[in-house]
Structures are given as C-alpha cells and as structure tokens.
Design a protein around this ligand. Structure first.
Ligand code: HEC
Length: 124
C-alpha cells in the first residue's frame, strides 16, 4: 500500500511533538506557573541606592531574612513574583525604606517616578 506522506513517521513524530508542546503550555498557563522575574538594571539601581544598605548581602539580619537582593537569582519564580509585589507595596505604603532611615539618609528617598518604574516592573 502506498504511504500517505502526511502520516509518514517523521511527520507523525513532529505533529505529536507539537501537540505535546501545546498541551504543556496550556497546562503551564492553567496551573499559574510563573516565569522568572529578573531585576532589570534601571530597577536594580534604585533598589541598590534606597534599599541596599539593609537588603544587600552584609545588610541587617532582619531585613535580609525578608528580602535579600543579592540572592535574588536564588529565589524561585513564585518567590520572585511575591517579593516583587512586596517591594512595590512597601514603597507605595511608605513602610520602606523605614522613616528613621530616610531621616538620616535623605538620598534614599524613592521619588514618585522611581516608584512608578519599580511598580511597573513588579506588575509585568
Ligand atoms: C534601614 C534598613 C532598611 C532599608 C533601607 C530598607 N529596609 Fe526593607 N526591611 C528592613 C527590615 C529590618 C525588615 C524586616 C522587618 C519589617 O518587616 O519591618 C524589612 C522588610 C522588608 C520587606 C518585607 C516586609 C513586608 O512588609 O513585606 C520588604 C518587601 C522590604 N523590606 C522592602 C524594602 C525596599 C523595597 C526598600 C527600599 C526601597 C527597603 N526595604 C529598605 C530594613 C530596611
């Protein structure tokens, strides 16, 4: 019998692979799987300046336990997503940087423009 080329071994394997990839991506979307959230340079610059003193390696223990910017790459995608949200939230509510710190380090104040850059990134 003559083989129909569409169903030849290779084409079949290719369609099977495609179907599998489509199913996998649907599954990823449905399960809410997150992709990693690296900190872009423009955001990192602001965080280093305003938060680094406590949240970069060598900072304060309590701060690092909550957020260690130096070890960001070690956080999994879900944790990065949650921390990014918390970064935007704490700046927006004025919890971070702590008021007592800003008093002595006014250069650490996050401007409205900087806050917008950070929150836009966190909500991406
Ligand atoms: C003077 C030190 C200091 C600076 C500067 C600082 N933090 Fe913190 N941060 C802390 C400490 C201490 C904690 C843990 C205790 C607490 O939650 O208040 C904390 C906790 C946090 C938390 C977790 C707590 C929560 O409510 O989710 C986030 C997120 C955070 N900081 C973000 C930031 C960001 C963003 C900046 C800069 C804009 C910043 N911090 C600047 C000391 C600091």
């Amino acid at each position: 019998m003559k083989k129909i080329s569409l169903f030849s071994g290779k084409a079949l394997a290719a369609s099977f692979t495609m179907a599998l990839l489509i199913l996998l991506s649907i599954n990823a979307v449905l399960s809410g799987e997150q992709s990693p959230k690296p900190i872009p340079d423009n955001v990192l610059k602001i965080l280093d300046n305003s938060c680094g003193k406590c949240h970069n390696q060598g900072g304060s223990g309590a701060a690092l336990a909550n957020l260690n910017l130096t070890k960001w790459d070690n956080y999994d995608a879900v944790k990065q997503g949650k921390k990014a949200e918390a970064i935007c939230r704490t700046i927006t509510t004025g919890k971070m940087p702590p008021k007592s710190f800003i008093k002595k380090n006014p250069q650490a104040i996050v401007s409205e423009e900087q806050r917008a850059i950070i929150c836009n990134w966190s909500k991406q």
